[in-house]
Design a binder for this molecule. Sequence first.
Ligand SMILES: [Zn+2]
Length: 168
Amino acid sequence: MGKPIAEDQDKIDLRIVRKDGGLAPGSFGKTGEIWFGIGGDAITLSYWNGTRGLGQTVAIKRIPCHLGGSRVSFVCPICARQVMVLYVGENDFRCKACAGVQYLTQTKHRPARLLLKAERIRSKLQASEDDPTCKRVARPLRMKHETFERLKKEAVRNYRQGQRLLAR
Ligand SMILES: [Zn+2]
């Protein structure tokens, strides 16, 4: 099983909250499935998707800007990192790293990149196309033994990783 995909996860993005109604203390509203109420140094979040609910007060950090106003970020309840987006986790809200999500755009091209890399190395090794794990490849005449072994390993590793990601 792969990591959850960020685009599928319920989340709250402070940039959207700011655009929709501001982050002044006392503001409240809803974004996606998440209600929020903003205080001076915390934000109260409540999530309900029809079957599952979650409520939590999360610290926020206000950093005054020199032109007035302030920049606001969440403090991740798990790792204390300052982030703009919190995801709905199993039992709490948490940042992208703590939620273990990754963006679809990051996963989409990765297998193709890995396979392409494997292919490039194999062509350097003059491996035949039906030998993706380099079982029958012979060391090119002028290539050092270590280089050959290293490239072979790299080709196989990239190929396997690419295949594994494609199979998910
Ligand atoms: Zn975190």
